[in-house]
Design a binder for this molecule. Structure first.
Ligand SMILES: Nc1ncnc2c1ncn2[C@@H]1O[C@H](COP(=O)(O)OP(=O)(O)O)[C@@H](O)[C@H]1O
Ligand SMILES: [Mg+2]
Length: 421
């Protein structure tokens, strides 16, 4: 509490308040109250005091006002002040109760930060769902466009002049199909078969793939450095999906350096993490297997960071990448693995994505093997309400040697199955 007289000089200050400001009593009594207010607010202060004297009554000053106190050491802190009049000997003194609200402001700021993060991940989730929903419909439309060029070709003589035309249709449809597949990955969030896997194996199998040979061939000035921990803990995950994560991040790294000299660094390590706030969400404490992919490319601007994981957010022109789906897929897959993402990015150069996956010590094996030979001679019953889908499934499965029967409703299917064959 501080009491000032009509000239604004301090006539009393209690110990608590003098401590807040870092003075002792002698230094303050008789001084103008200005001494406790940052210079740029002194003008406002006089306005407040004049207002107060024109209608002296108890009033809070903190609410909605941006009031600051000035400590002896020159530092500032946010305050709330309530003023009340004190009449003595015909003069009106002012009693000001001053409250240091630094802690309150801090917890408000943390609260806001938490809410922002929640908003951010909600937005990514819902945009992903939306993209996935559209993809289902597009996929149905695309089915015949993708399948028929090959089927038509089998009906035509080998050197048919329309082969190129048909392949143009097929290439365009393949491009669209890749895009739609990415969107479907977003829609099918969480429906994977999980087994115990090592991130090192994922990295190795990606770097032995044809995709990497192609990237290396077209980017001779980009060097890749590996630093994989020998003792890396396994994680519970889906190999195909994790491969997709690595692929999207590495392609982005290549594209960030593109046409210049640069380095991509891939590392894995074990880390015991304390609970802490990361850029996008707060990580739980525990043992993690960490994968980092860093590049010396053009970096990510701070204003782009909140958006890069949104579906369709891209700063690139359409090309191999440029759909803006890569990082949304990364986000979805990492989240479905119970993982976390952190980024350190500079304005000019260097971006590092760190992915944290909960470590596991179980040794679960994959529940099913990948099928490579698709041919067979068994009977297959196809049930789909879309006639185009039925036709495509029939054509494709028959051409693989199966005995195919198509029906449009589940009721028909049950009837059909009940009949003795
Ligand atoms: N390693 C990186 N360095 C610089 N910018 C990046 C990097 N990775 C992602 N970005 C930025 O994030 C955007 C979104 O990435 P992504 O979802 O993979 O979509 P796309 O690669 O199709 O543009 C990119 O367009 C790019 O601006
Ligand atoms: Mg990309």
């Amino acid at each position: 509490m501080v009491i000032t007289n009509e000239e604004g000089l301090i006539t009393f200050i209690n110990t608590q308040t003098q401590n807040i400001f870092g003075y002792n009593k002698k230094e303050l009594i008789g001084k103008n109250l200005e001494i406790l207010i940052p210079k740029r607010f002194v003008g406002n202060h006089y306005k407040h005091i004049a207002n107060f004297h024109s209608d002296p009554k108890l009033r809070p000053m903190g609410e909605g006002l941006n009031l600051w106190g000035l400590r002896k050491d020159g530092s500032e802190f946010p305050v709330e002040i309530s003023l009340s009049p004190l009449k003595s000997n015909g003069a009106t003194h002012v009693i000001a109760a001053v409250r240091d609200i630094s802690d309150k402001r801090k917890s408000e700021a943390t609260q806001k930060e938490l809410e922002d993060k929640l908003q951010l991940s909600k937005r990514m989730e819902s945009l992903g769902l939306l993209a996935g929903g559209v993809a289902h419909d597009l996929n149905n439309i695309l089915g015949p466009i993708l399948a028929y060029p090959d089927l038509i070709l089998t009906e035509l003589p080998k050197n048919t002049p329309v082969k190129n035309d048909l392949m143009m249709i097929k290439d365009a449809a393949t491009y669209a199909s890749n895009l739609i597949n990415d969107m479907l990955t977003l829609a099918r969030r969480g429906k994977y078969s999980m087994a115990s896997v090592s991130l090192n194996d994922i990295v190795n199998s990606f770097f032995n793939s044809a995709k990497v040979s192609e990237l290396n061939k077209n980017n001779k000035d980009i060097e890749i450095i590996f630093d994989l921990a020998d003792d890396l803990n396994n994680i519970k995950g889906s190999k195909t999906h994790l491969l997709e994560v690595v692929m999207n991040l590495v392609i982005n790294a290549f594209e960030a350096i593109r046409k210049r000299k640069g380095t991509i660094m891939i590392s894995t390590y074990n880390e015991n993490v304390k609970p802490e706030a990361l850029l996008y969400d707060d990580i739980e404490g525990g043992n993690y297997s960490v994968l980092t992919i860093a590049d010396t490319g053009r970096g990510i601007k701070e204003e782009d960071l909140p958006h890069i994981f949104e579906p369709f957010y891209s700063k690139k022109t359409m090309g191999i990448s440029g759909s803006g789906l890569g990082l949304s897929i990364v986000w979805g897959i990492v989240k479905d693995h119970g993982g976390y993402i952190d980024i350190s990015a500079g304005k000019k150069k260097n971006t590092k994505f760190s992915l944290f996956f909960p470590a596991t010590d179980s040794d679960e094996q994959p529940s099913r093997k990948d099928i490579t030979n698709l041919e067979g001679n068994e009977s297959i019953l196809v049930v789909d309400d879309e006639s185009k889908q039925r036709q495509v499934a029939d054509r494709v499965l028959s051409s693989l040697g199966y005995d195919v029967k198509t029906l449009s409703t589940s009721a028909e299917a049950i009837e059909y199955l009940k009949k003795p064959k």
